[in-house]
Design a protein around this ligand. Structure first.
Ligand SMILES: C[S@@+](CC[C@H](N)C(=O)[O-])C[C@H]1O[C@@H](n2cnc3c(N)ncnc32)[C@H](O)[C@@H]1O
Length: 222
């Protein structure tokens, strides 16, 4: 038995996940509504952050205390509202960017149903164009858009992230494909592997990967 496997304390399963959800903060009504409507209306419903990851994103935002937050990849607005909920007050802002204009009506309708929706500014377009056009500085960036472009996003947002700021990157274990020899040439897997390697080698940052859901990397800019 290897050192790693002998140190495993538990295996996540549905029963344990139900237990966790029963012992953390409840999902706010506006988020439960987004989750429900996303499941009903969107073929890619699984991209929505959901209860556990959403509460973690809110808690991390509260811990970091950012004034200005950037999100790449809004989808249905779930994580944007979690980021907004974790902010200290209504003077703090989340800029969130979504490339798919067909999502716009859904996002705006659901932001309006949340007490934190006013803290969110939605921008429709390619994050790689919009971030330089906005020209803002950020204390926290959530990267959750096209997996093929993660390295590009990273190199871009590092220029707009304040020293002492954080990046949270989602899906960085990519359903375990990062270590699956058969998946190494898939474009999205390659994108995530290249991103993980880039962050690992970057002396400007401290980093840790949390094996929650599909993998979350926390990055601190020195
Ligand atoms: C995984 S989903 C985001 C999920 C959302 N952050 C959440 O946690 O609920 C990824 C989203 O990124 C969007 N996207 C892909 N490439 C993009 C780009 N270059 N700029 C902005 N959005 C992009 C996709 O259209 C999709 O809606």
């Amino acid at each position: 038995m290897s050192f790693l496997s002998s140190n495993k304390r538990y295996y996540m399963n549905e029963e344990l996940e139900e237990y966790i959800l029963g012992h953390i903060d409840e999902e706010p009504d506006a988020l439960a509504r987004i989750d429900h409507d996303t499941h009903v209306q969107n073929y890619y419903w699984h991209m929505c952050s959901g209860h556990l990851q959403g509460r973690l994103i809110k808690m991390l935002t509260r811990m970091i205390g950012p004034r200005r937050v950037l999100e790449l990849g809004t989808f249905s607005g779930y994580s944007a509202l979690c980021l907004a909920e974790g902010l200290q007050d209504n003077d703090c802002i989340v800029d969130t960017i979504e490339i798919n204009d067909e999502q716009e009506d859904f996002i705006r309708e659901h932001l309006a149903l949340s007490p934190y929706g006013k803290r969110v500014r939605l921008h429709i377009g390619d994050a790689r164009d919009i971030v330089p056009a906005l020209g803002e500085r950020y204390d926290l960036v959530f990267i959750d858009a096209n997996k093929r472009q993660y390295v590009e996003y990273y190199d871009l947002v590092m220029d707009y992230l304040n020293p002492g700021g954080y990046i949270i990157a989602d899906n960085t274990l990519w359903a375990g494909k990062v270590v699956d020899p058969k998946a190494q040439r898939e474009a999205q897997t390659r994108g995530i592997i290249d991103f993980n390697d880039r962050v690992k080698e970057d002396p400007r940052v401290e980093k840790v990967i949390i094996p929650l859901r599909d993998g979350l990397t926390l990055i601190y800019k020195k």
